[in-house]
Design a protein around this ligand. Structure first.
Ligand code: ZN
Length: 313
């Protein structure tokens, strides 16, 4: 466990007490929680996945780490021949990430894997390109990178369609594409650690919380299909791209049940002839009111679903 980089603020952010405590605690090294402690469900609160400050690293298992920069996180694997990293996040985060990696190994970063094309995950990789890393993404990300050029995003060297195995130093990181869901180039990353126990799944669910307000870029029925496919996959711990370091796999099921219930409620209101302008204020799924951000996000979640039923997208 990387004690030096684990701060009190990070501990709070990862434990059941974090939500009520401002993320301004001084960076005092503390004993980090065990993965089992981290799995405790996040409480209902107004905490936002994007409001946490600072950065930290947690070693989840031998050679498998998660790095957090503010509200965004990635994973990296340390092998005897080098490091497999993922989303650089941005230039400042990537500098911090590289410094953290240097604390645990002097081997170079050999690969950087993009979870998808979005600017809150993909930029900042030049520092790893400079040390010779190869960049990997789903092939569909390339068109996005060209369509909306971002000078801080390093173009991928390797792309793939369905699956790809990143092999280094006797370790393996499986990359899995499940089709359109959150955009069209999101991939899931499954390290070989502990028999494939962990899955790094970005932006497919925010454990303990309601979806972002307008549910941007999500193809709703394909999102539900993807969640079902993930639920059927063989792993037990989700490492999300925002928020808590790890969550039980059941958080995927919770997200799917929320969306299914809300979609059914919106469809019912439409079918019963409720005026469209009344639906966002009237349609609710009170059984999910415990989710963080429910009150803030529900109206926009409903509006997004109205659009879905209106135009089929
Ligand atoms: Zn995204």
């Amino acid at each position: 466990m990387n004690l030096k980089t684990f701060t009190a603020a990070a501990l709070l952010a990862a434990s059941s007490a974090w939500a009520q405590t401002p993320a301004t605690a001084p960076p005092v090294p503390v004993t980090p929680p065990s993965p089992a402690e981290l799995l405790k469900p996040a409480p209902n609160s107004s905490w936002s996945a994007f409001s946490v400050r600072g950065s930290d690293v947690i070693e989840l298992a031998p050679g498998l780490y998660t790095f957090r920069y503010q509200g965004t996180r990635n994973i990296f694997m340390v092998t005897k021949d080098g490091v497999i990293a993922s989303d650089p996040i941005n230039t400042e985060a990537a500098k911090l990430l590289r410094a953290e990696i240097r604390k645990v190994t002097d081997k170079p970063v050999k690969y950087v894997v993009y979870s998808h094309n979005h600017w809150d995950h993909a930029p900042g990789g030049q520092i790893f390109k400079d040390e010779g890393a190869k960049f990997i993404s789903h092939k569909n990300c390339v068109a996005h990178f060209k369509d909306k050029p971002n000078p801080d995003i390093v173009m991928p060297d390797i792309t793939f369609e369905k699956t790809y195995a990143v092999k280094l130093g006797g370790r393996k990181l499986d990359l899995i594409y499940l089709g359109v869901n959150h955009g069209d180039c999101l991939i899931f990353m499954q390290p070989d650690t502990e028999g494939g126990k962990y899955l790094f799944g970005v932006d497919i669910a925010t454990p303990g919380g309601a979806p972002l307000t307008y549910i941007p870029v999500y193809d709703l029925h394909n999102w539900l299909r993807t969640l079902k496919e993930l639920e059927a996959m063989n792993f037990s711990v989700l490492i999300p791209g925002h928020g808590v370091p790890i969550a039980d796999k059941s958080s995927l099921n919770e997200r799917r049940r929320y969306m299914e219930a809300l979609m059914a409620a919106v469809k019912k209101a439409i079918d019963e002839g409720m005026p469209g302008n009344e639906i966002p204020d009237k349609v609710r799924v009170p059984e999910f009111a415990y989710l963080r951000g429910y009150e803030t996000n529900i109206r926009d979640n409903v509006r997004r679903i109205q659009t879905y039923y209106g135009i089929g997208e």
